[in-house]
Write a protein that binds this ligand. Sequence first.
Ligand code: DX5
Ligand code: ZN
Length: 222
Amino acid sequence: MAALIAPSILSADFANLERDLAAIGTADYAHVDVMDNHFVPNLTLGLPVFERLAQVSPIPIDAHLMIADPDRWAPGYAEAGAASVTFHAEAANAPVRLARELRRLGARAGLALRPATPVEPFLDLLPEFDMLLVMTVEPGFGGQSFIDGTLPKIARAREAVSAAGLDVWIQVDGGVSRSTIERAADAGADVFVAGSAVYGAESIPDEIQTLRDLADAASHAH
Ligand code: DX5
Ligand code: ZN
């Protein structure tokens, strides 16, 4: 599959979110980080703001919920128009029930793993999901450096997805830039979140295209 680029608006100007969503119009998804100051030590935005973002975004929204009790809150993001809703395995009580509910509401269902959470307990459940998010930094903040120790997990996830013939996307999030995206793509990721790399670039469209090209070249090298 061709690489998909999902810039994270965590690195956008929060006083100009509509403008900064328009700025990433050539990307595949707008990645929106929802943090509740409980699951992670940071607070961003919730449903009322998210609903407006979904109304004005020129591209589909990929919601990344770094929140406690996603069983209760995640369906609202699907109802608000998220194309994809990803919740954390560490926070969910009934991940399969929740994934089924998200799909029923018309969203893609994503399962996220913190860097220290093993993928193995979830491999048999992957058919219930549309995407697996392997966090490549500790969730909570933009601008952190990529953790290379997550690469073997990406590779094991890719192997399991291929072996089972599944169409589950593998997303990486955190520290993704020109200098790290090839390693992630080579390990088997196909959806790339990048916050500071995209919003900090001189030309946002050029940066999106460069990241896409680097990822495509690295994955086709297999
Ligand atoms: C971190 C968020 C990321 C963040 C990535 O917890 O989930 O989406 O915006 O930022 P960068 O690309 O700057 O590491
Ligand atoms: Zn994120």
